[in-house]
Design a protein around this ligand. Structure first.
Ligand code: ZN
Length: 170
């Protein structure tokens, strides 16, 4: 089952999984416009009708054809908060080619999520020099990927297990 997401301006924006729609509602990024009361999603503490149509509370400028502006937050979201060198929990941004050596400071292709130890170990060196291997290839989010980032990939990762089970069952 899928849910239609409307922009704050009521224009259709995307079709997402019910689970992502529920997250948007629970994180107060969206409100339900139409819901199926006969197919509630249950948890031990609360019950929600299955969202059929949700509407975002904040207007999202959809970068379908445009580039998504670079941001630290965007890089962390793109890389799902996983360190590009060890796959541990990342809270920092590493410049693959250090800025001090001519690397692009605000470019999607030169930045990856990194944990503090890897970032400190790498310091002002290239991955090769630091004997670190990039586990991912940095890319520039476009089209659908940009839209997914705009409506919150990180929220999906913090989704409670009971919601995942409900979504799988639905
Ligand atoms: Zn790491």
């Amino acid at each position: 089952m899928q849910t239609l997401v409307l922009n704050a301006s009521y224009e259709p924006l995307a079709v997402v999984s019910v689970r992502r729609a529920v997250i948007l509602v629970l994180t107060e990024k969206a409100v339900m416009e139409h819901a199926d009361d006969e197919r509630p999603i249950r948890s031990p503490s609360r019950e929600l009708p299955t969202p059929l149509v949700v509407r975002l509370l904040k207007f999202v400028r959809v970068p379908y054809r445009r580039k998504l502006p670079w941001s630290r937050r965007g890089v962390l979201d793109r890389d799902r908060h996983r360190c590009a060198y060890c796959a541990g929990k990342a809270t920092t941004i590493d410049h693959v080619l250090p800025v001090s050596r001519g690397g692009d400071e605000r470019g999607w292709l030169n930045t990856v999520a990194a944990c503090v130890p890897c970032n400190q170990a790498k310091a002002d060196r290239t991955p090769d020099e630091a004997r670190l291997r990039l586990l991912v290839t940095p890319y520039e989010p476009k089209g659908h990927a940009a839209l997914v980032l705009a409506i919150g990939v990180t929220a999906a990762e913090r989704m409670p297990q009971w919601l995942a089970a409900a979504a799988a069952a639905g």
